[in-house]
Design a protein around this ligand. Sequence first.
Ligand code: TYM
Length: 337
Amino acid sequence: MKTILTGIRANSVLTLGNYLGAMLPMVKLANKYSKEGCNVNIFVPDLHSIISEVDGDLRENILRTIKYYLAAGLEVNENVHIYRQSYVPAHSELCWILNCNTTMGEASRMTQYKEKSEGKASSNVGIFDYPVLMAADILLYSAEYVPLGEDQFQHIELTRNIAERFNNKYGEVFVVPVSTKEQVEFMGVEKPIRIRDLVNPEKKMSKSTASENAKIMLDDEPLKATKKIMSATTDSFEDIEFDFETRPGISNLLYIEALATGVPLSEVVQKWQGISRYGDLKKQVANTVSELLVEFQRRMTEISDDEVLRLLSEGEKYANEVANAKLLEVQKAVGLR
Ligand code: TYM
């Protein structure tokens, strides 16, 4: 039985980028594959959260993040497992063993580490070790498919390298996740998804960007989100074309429209191509996003903490069983047991 696994950190309210780039695609895959008998693991990497500042109360953020999945349409059945990383101690334990099988060079090359530590006199060791813990999250459950946004793809490659090296040294212990190319195919998209910053579309939309207008948060008033889209940076060409290289702002809006409506990107592009009224496209996208937020925020109010806690307690029982069995295999392979 194949395993699909993914996680989103719970540091704050999520952005539309997290939602369209990772949460919605995962929910669609989860609903499809769990019914076909695959395991679907959705977890909150709460230990990854504390590498940087947490906005508000972490415990509340964790429950809210699980509610996001449910509000996004996740259908829970016996193959869907929802858990918190810190409730499964095997993650930290395996991370240590993987640390001893990861080179400083590999970990130092991770773009996210470089970006997060750039310009800082000193940054914490957790930021550096973050991708190795992520590898442990994946390898403990023998997950082959790990749906993620573009910024996380380098960490899949690292996970594959660590797993292959470990298997060569100690025997076939880990299932190696499929290549990033196959991950993208599995997600059913042409390229890894990267929703851009609305003010500076060269960058990804990120919760850590200071400018409020650059990002849409999932708890934004729909009217506020509308205004942000209407003022989004476009370009100085005369008509609409989809090309992230030369027209990142307009392409981002087309991409948001496609992902938020579920209409294939090619159809959205075909509809708007050659049209010169950027304002019309902006109005359309603003309307789509506003409707999405109204519906999403309404669904959020219908999910109780009790329901989430019940799912977590079931999921954590399952996760501990699977993770402890794999950890024991690893411990035996390296001679600790
Ligand atoms: P995190 O919490 O930074 O991001 C969560 C997911 O959202 C995606 N994402 C985006 N996608 C498209 N456009 C954007 N602008 C955008 N911004 C964020 C990210 O690519 C990601 O998929 N390391 C992970 C959490 C993690 C994890 C794991 C995931 C820890 N262990 C094991 C999978 C498997 C992270 O920090 O995601």
